[in-house]
Design a protein around this ligand. Structure first.
Ligand SMILES: [Zn+2]
Length: 448
């Protein structure tokens, strides 16, 4: 096996800081149990002098790695050789400036952008991460993989697994998964195991299952997955003419995206490829607001890596004592024990970030606006616009700042929420079907 010495894995706990080569599937530090990062010896990598040097790859549509929205930035996630790299055309996503949604969010015309990650092959941002993680799995010659999922991960894992010839098992909670996503996992051929429990239960089980059976774990504990998700930020910068926005707004579930985005900006700044780092807002749903509570009320911070573990332990012990299970219509972020919590705290530190929670009502209203005036999204994605509206009302985001909301999933991921919203005439922006007799005059009367 040939492994590049340009990359290594490193424990995020500064008191440990253990390093491991990339030829191991670890997912947690074997010495202290903390999360691992992919890190780089940048001097051994041919990083371009400026990001715009990467533009020449656009003309090279016949090379799948140049076509991929992940691998065309490959110098910035250089942990495996090209021969192992997996792509199914992920990352062909767009950044849309949207004035109608800007008006709803009280942002000046021309200043709001929506990043549509639902345009990925499996319909969510997860494909960015899977392209990277499955490349690592191929490098390690793995034959089987598994994940726990609120839905989008299982769809993406199942799609990449059958593309790469890996046996695939997904663990989902009972009755807590959007229909569109469950249908994908089954259709793409994954063994789908439904556990009588919620996502947090699945997450605990899948780690033990992977350890026991030697399966490759594809949750965002996997540091290589987050490397792929960094590219969402590269593409936003690319579409802004290699400029950074003032704000990135992202839904907060397992906190893989926010963690990856913070790391992306830190590295770009370190490499001198950007001049400033944008601020970040992470938006929870109020029914799954662990991060918001810990950061805003318990004052938990990154603290140079010395995160106060007791605050987290006490918080989770209280959740357990109350038999708490998170509840939100935004099933993708229905998570109360986010595995990337500490990496997210680091990202908030890097990006001078803020955290807020929005209600389900705010989410579905914002979702209807994104559907009516944009390309639509799944409920969790709409938390970004709902959160932005509140941050505007608080005066934390100003009307003339350039804001990018990351819309993580496609509207067809969760058709039930959409149909139920529009059928309910009480909802603020509902657009219900109108029943009419089978009669031409009656039909014409309605349309006229
Ligand atoms: Zn460690």
């Amino acid at each position: 096996m040939s492994i590049t010495d340009a990359a290594f894995q490193k424990c995020i706990n500064p008191d440990c800081a253990a390093q491991f080569d990339c030829a191991q599937a670890l997912f947690k530090c074997p010495k202290c149990g903390e999360l691992l990062d992919a890190q780089y010896n940048w001097e051994k990598i041919n990083v371009p002098d400026k990001l715009s040097d990467l533009e020449k790859r656009w003309a090279n549509r016949n090379n799948p790695l140049d076509f991929s929205g992940v691998w065309r930035f490959r110098e910035l996630l250089n942990f495996c050789e090209d021969k192992y790299k997996v792509t199914i055309g992920e990352g062909q996503t767009i950044l849309q400036q949207n004035d109608a949604v800007a008006k709803y969010a009280d942002i000046k015309q021309g200043c709001l952008y929506l990043q549509y990650e639902g345009l990925n092959p499996s319909g969510s941002f997860k494909d960015n991460g899977m392209a990277a993680a499955f490349s690592h799995a191929k490098m390690l010659a793995m034959s089987s993989c598994a994940c726990a999922s609120t839905g989008n991960t299982s769809a993406s894992v199942a799609l990449y697994a059958h593309h790469c010839g890996l046996k695939c098992t997904v663990l989902i909670g009972s009755g807590r998964i959007a229909f569109g996503k469950l249908s994908q996992a089954m259709d793409y051929g994954a063994q789908t195991i439904q556990i009588l429990g919620d996502f947090d239960d699945c997450m605990r089980q899948v780690q033990d299952v992977c350890n026991e059976l030697g399966l490759y774990l594809l949750n965002s504990l996997n540091p290589f997955r987050l490397e792929g998700q960094k590219t969402i930020m590269y593409r936003i910068i690319e579409q802004l003419g290699w400029d950074v926005p003032d704000w990135i707004i992202v839904p907060g579930g397992n906190l893989g995206n926010s963690s990856a985005f913070g790391k992306a900006f830190y590295e770009l700044k370190q490499l001198g490829l950007i001049k400033r780092i944008p601020r970040m807002a992470v938006i929870n749903a109020t029914g799954a607001d662990t991060l918001t509570d810990l950061v805003n009320n318990k004052k938990l911070t990154w603290n140079n890596g010395k995160v106060n573990q007791k605050v987290i332990d006490d918080y989770y012990a209280d959740l357990t004592a109350r038999n708490f299970s998170p509840r939100t219509c935004a099933s993708a972020i229905e998570i109360s024990r986010p595995v990337n919590l500490k990496k997210c705290l680091r990202a908030l530190d890097i990006c001078n970030g803020v955290v807020r929670a929005v209600t389900d009502e705010e989410i579905v209203d914002a979702k209807a606006i994104i559907g009516k005036f944009g390309l639509g999204c799944e409920p969790a994605s709409a938390a970004t616009i709902a959160g932005l509206r509140n941050l505007r009302a608080e005066g934390i985001v100003t009307a003339d700042q350039r804001v990018v909301c990351v819309l993580t999933g496609h509207p067809l991921k969760d058709p039930d929420v959409t149909v139920n919203y529009h059928k309910d005439k009480q909802c603020q922006f509902s657009n219900p079907p109108i029943e009419v007799p089978n009669d031409l005059d009656e039909i014409i009367k309605l349309i006229r």
